[in-house]
Design a protein around this ligand. Structure first.
Ligand SMILES: C[S@@+](CC[C@H](N)C(=O)[O-])C[C@H]1O[C@@H](n2cnc3c(N)ncnc32)[C@H](O)[C@@H]1O
Length: 353
């Protein structure tokens, strides 16, 4: 993997929000290219400066996509911090024992913390959604830019693909997915078109879906030119069609990976695991997931119901610290994909519930 796997969004703001302690226990539930994980380990190291034993903290990094782990190992950036490399590196103060990769969906956060004997954590980071790698890798089927099979699974070891959804969901369910996760106003019309098209032939490739959405066959970009290094071909997408296609592909991706279900389960587990004064930092990229996070951090429950005691005092397990910070203009210029990022941070209060 030679491409840029990912550029982390709002790195400084996120690490500041987490208030990293050198001996703390942390979880990054979305490892991706490891930019945030590396910064957490670095903050631990910095915090332990002058202490001969070094940082004694630990970071557990989850990712359901094995490509993330493979990339970290290949690029060697995590090699000294990995469990495997700890066999080679026993120098005092090295980070060899401070990092553990967990190949799992973060909805199983509680199970894995139990497995590792962790009862409480000092902080958790979630940088939701997909990485640049997912969009830039044609064969994964996340991008409408390439001709490829419609897969879209972050975890390629199982589960339904976008092809399965497009060819088996009822018209009503398709319309619901497109409307709720893609905020598409014409969701019903599009669902009808999908059902009609699949009666003739199953929808299996990006170009078939792109043509359906655009209402005319999509062409290959400069058919005379060579295909990409990996044998995949690019599609010629008119600028005017990009917005709608992005919404359709986003909706399917969210459904394929049950992103909202996993987020809800992880939030509940995080609330139970965080110590008093422990921090949770979440980066969201679209309004639906942001609303879930915002309501949860305000109220401590998924329904967003603010509970009050007998005297009318608000009862909440979190103190909100950051209410939806966005990336600076300078960062967006450097990394345009940070434009939609929103950072929310909260501290766990010393109350049950
Ligand atoms: C936006 S990227 C994270 C980038 C990372 N912060 C960095 O600095 O490179 C999101 C990553 O989280 C992973 N991911 C998304 N949902 C997940 C889930 N439910 N469980 C585990 N990993 C998930 C994706 O596979 C992807 O690699």
């Amino acid at each position: 993997m030679n491409e840029i796997y990912h550029i982390p969004a709002m790195l400084r703001e996120t690490i500041q929000g987490l208030n990293i302690q050198p001996n703390g226990l942390y979880v990054d539930v979305t490892f991706g290219g490891g930019g945030h994980s590396r910064a957490i380990l670095e903050a631990m190291r910095q915090g332990a400066k002058g202490n001969r034993q070094g940082a004694k903290g630990k970071l557990y990094s989850f990712d359901q996509d094995l490509d993330a782990y493979r990339n970290a190992m290949e690029s060697n950036r995590f090699a000294v911090e990995s469990q495997t490399a700890s066999l080679l590196d026993h120098s005092p103060g090295s980070l060899s024992d401070n990092w553990q990769f967990v190949h799992s969906n973060f909805r199983y956060l509680r199970n894995f913390m139990d497995y590792y004997g962790v009862e409480q954590i000092d902080g958790l980071l979630a940088d939701l959604g997909v990485s640049f790698h997912h969009f830039d890798c044609p064969e994964r089927g996340f991008s409408f830019r390439f001709s490829a099979p419609l897969d879209m699974r972050m975890n390629q070891t199982g589960g339904k693909t976008a092809t399965d959804i497009l060819n088996t969901y009822s018209e009503e369910d398709l319309a619901r997915v497109l409307y709720i996760y893609g905020e598409l106003k014409n969701s019903r019309q599009l669902a009808k078109k999908i059902v009609k098209a699949r009666e003739k032939k199953a929808i299996e490739r990006t170009e078939e879906l792109v043509s359906l959405v655009m209402g005319r066959p999509v062409k290959l970009l400069d058919a005379a030119s060579q295909s990409l290094d990996n044998g995949y071909k690019e599609l010629e997408i008119p600028t005017g069609a990009k917005k709608e296609l992005a919404k359709v592909f986003q909706a399917l991706r969210i459904e394929v990976n049950d992103e909202m279900g996993a987020l809800r389960e992880m939030l509940l587990a995080a609330k139970d695991l965080l110590k008093p004064e422990g921090r949770i930092a979440i980066l969201t990229y679209h309004s639906l997931e942001d609303r879930i996070v915002k309501n949860f951090l305000r109220s401590g429950n998924l329904e967003g119901i603010i509970e009050k005691d007998f005297y009318g005092n608000i009862l909440t397990p979190f103190q909100v610290i950051e209410k939806g910070l966005t990336a600076s203009e300078e960062e967006v210029e450097r990394n345009p994909r940070a434009r939609s990022a929103k950072l929310r941070v909260a501290e766990r209060l010393d109350v049950r519930g």
